[in-house]
Write a protein that binds this ligand. Sequence first.
Ligand SMILES: *[C@@H]1O[C@H](CO)[C@@H](O)[C@H](O)[C@H]1NC(C)=O
Ligand SMILES: *[C@@H]1O[C@H](CO)[C@@H](O)[C@H](O)[C@H]1NC(C)=O
Ligand SMILES: CC(=O)N[C@H]1CO[C@H](CO)[C@@H](O)[C@@H]1O
Ligand SMILES: [Zn+2]
Length: 597
Amino acid sequence: MFSSQGVLVLAVAVVCLSVHGAYAVDFDTEKAFDEVGILKCSMPKIGTRVRPPYPLPDWENMYSKLDVQTKRIYEVVEGNPKEMHIQNLRSDGLLVGNSSHSTDIELVVYERGGLSSDTLQAINSIGSDDIVLDWLRDNNQEDWSSNNENVRAIPRKRPTDGKLRVVFIFGEHGRELVTTEVGEYFIKLLSEASVETLLPIFDNDRLFVDSVLKALDDTVVHIVPCENKSGRRIVETPDPNNGKSGLSEDPNICQRVNKRTVDPNRNWPLYGGVKPWNFKKSSEDGPGASPLSEPESRLLFRVYDSVEPLAVVNVHSGMHGMFSPPDYSPIMLNTAASLAEVKLQSQLNQRWMDGKCTVGAGGHAVGYVAYGTHNDFVHTGFGVPSAETWEVYGNERSEYYDCFGLFNPIEKDVLKEYVRNWTGMALEHITHLHQGLIPGIRSPADKFSEEVASLPEPNTCGLTESHVNAMRGLSDLALGRGDKLERSSFVANAMASTPTLVMPTFEEVKPRTGGLFGVVASSVQNGKPVNGNLLTGNEALGQSRGAANSYSLMMGSYSIMIFGITFVTVSYYVYRRFGFRSSGRRRPRRYRVWDVV
Ligand SMILES: *[C@@H]1O[C@H](CO)[C@@H](O)[C@H](O)[C@H]1NC(C)=O
Ligand SMILES: *[C@@H]1O[C@H](CO)[C@@H](O)[C@H](O)[C@H]1NC(C)=O
Ligand SMILES: CC(=O)N[C@H]1CO[C@H](CO)[C@@H](O)[C@@H]1O
Ligand SMILES: [Zn+2]
């Protein structure tokens, strides 16, 4: 004889058992963050739920298909041959079986006042895929995939205090249509940049518009309006499943990866091929056959190698955010440049996005760590001092297959406002860079400017007490507060005491599943961090050896299972007795259904 409650509990037990089989391991991120002292940050969740049938892009009146957009961009550039140039670059990419996979990108260059011979020479001498193959041959990929001490940035030929060379990348993921709209508008606005055209963007602030134009006089802007053309074409292909729920296959509009299910933002050498601990086979972020195997990554590598930019912005959508490296760790870099950057990003966020953006380390702010990313390699491999990821729009309350609405505005005036605001943001970012506000770019690498020092302390993801202390010390130094020597050594100590949190990888978590209530004790072996371990900066550097701290970072799979059964059973009885009550507590965003960067 079974009561209905009994049947329910039995069903729950079966579900828990099968979930337990599928995900036999878990890693308690929250607990790890608490142990290492990561400060809580602002992660606003933006959006409203839309029910099926889901909206689809209006290609006639609102969004533009790739070919239409490309044609218009050529027209804009050809209308201003003195200041603009466009180059089509091809990569034959890799050979798979008997077929080769090639792709191409457009590279738009803008230099106010006229293209210099130096600029044109850099563009015209962008090398072939051989540049990439030579680098791969000359560099040990095991060093890069473990980010060890042999890793070296490609040396620069140009100084970092001359012309400001910046690169903006749009359309790395096909479904993020709003990004290519921002790119096209940015190109158009640059082509006719003047006091008259910029005043409406900057609220008629003449003084500020003058500083923007002054910055542009000293800047070369490089724009890739659509990095992933084939991914984008899949998204544009009509699909009978589009806009319907209850699908057995992902609709075209949800396409992120390229045709070979490789994500071009996991195909780079830093931590190349490393899978995160919670990697799922079916997931969207395949790293590819090997680092730089994909034609898209190769093309960008060739561009950076020749242009030698000082700043790169990689524009995505799926949420509102502004991130800096690293993507591979939830803890931000503790350098003057990173700390200044998050202060400036927070200011931009208030001004242009009413504070909707999550600001901070990529590996924290998006809710997951990622390996082999574009920005981490741009920062470490090309030594680009400022490598930012911008997430320009997201409806985080949209349903799973509402990919158009999740990644893109669905109303025309909203799209216009986002395009305008992020273009303003881009111009203001360039102005900051030109004014030397990010240390190391047209300014000393270890100092805050007075302007940055005067900005309020940001509520930023991936900061610890050490970051806050370093930020305060650097501000005191810039504003002449306190004893100079004492403050300098305070900053040095704060930076040296930055904790490191090494997240476990897929391979390392797997073998540790054994044991009832399995708890993984972490330790330091010969100064080498064992993954899942929490180390201080000094320990990670191997200066403090053999400290055998034990933390229980993992909840064993059995405890999850038993917890699950108990929780659901108790919840059920509580529900029967008292009904649901809204607790008003926001669940922190962690692991999203679709990846955004
Ligand atoms: C590749 O070409 C060779 C020779 O033409 C053929 O024998 C082989 O089956 C082809 N492989 C694939 C995967 O098509
Ligand atoms: C765009 O910027 C304006 C002016 O700063 C601001 O009022 C508006 O709310 C911004 N739009 C969004 C979507 O945040
Ligand atoms: C992300 C993406 O779709 N990239 C693709 C761009 O186009 C070529 C053509 O197939 C693909 O090889 C890339 O992977
Ligand atoms: Zn993206």
